[in-house]
Design a protein around this ligand. Structure first.
Ligand code: CTP
Length: 134
């Protein structure tokens, strides 16, 4: 059977079950999952804060997961199309917080949005830990 590559992007900081489920569902769409891990600088631009875990550690953590075949650093949102083409991906899979945002790439791959796992996010975990510390 020929290889079917799936690609996804994200910060994946303070890894949690929402991330793990998203990665498992993305991997199940094909035979190889490539993950573009947002750089520290890109996260600062997107979310207004640096990640808890620096990019080298987030890359290492993601690469160690069974669902993930390959990782690379995503340095710019404008390069999405180039990253997709470079990876040879047949599918781009994202959580539905990005619903519709990548439809313009549907000329080069299938674009799939998964429902987010409810009630969990890196931001909520950080806020909970900060709250507990008070
Ligand atoms: N994701 C998900 N379910 C969640 C949280 C995240 O499916 N509960 C998905 C996102 O939709 C995205 C990927 O996991 O496709 C990476 O998301 P990321 O932004 O790194 O995680 P968040 O927990 O949303 O981070 P933050 O709170 O910093 O925005």
């Amino acid at each position: 059977m020929s290889e079917r590559t799936v690609i996804t992007f994200g910060t994946f900081d303070v890894l949690h079950v929402g991330h793990v489920r998203l990665l498992a569902r993305a991997r199940a769409l094909g035979s190889r999952l490539v993950v573009g891990v947002s750089s520290d600088q890109l996260n600062l631009q997107k979310k207004g804060r640096l990640p808890v875990f620096p990019q080298e550690e987030r890359l290492e953590i993601l690469a160690s997961l069974g669902a993930v075949d390959e990782v690379f650093l995503e340095e710019s949102l404008e390069l999405k199309r180039a990253y997709v083409l470079n990876s040879g991906a047949a599918v781009l899979a994202m959580g539905d917080d990005w619903l519709g945002k990548f439809d313009e790439l549907s000329d080069v791959c299938d674009v799939v949005y998964f429902e987010r796992t409810p009630s969990i996010s890196t931001t909520a975990i950080i806020e909970q830990i900060l709250g507990d510390a008070d």
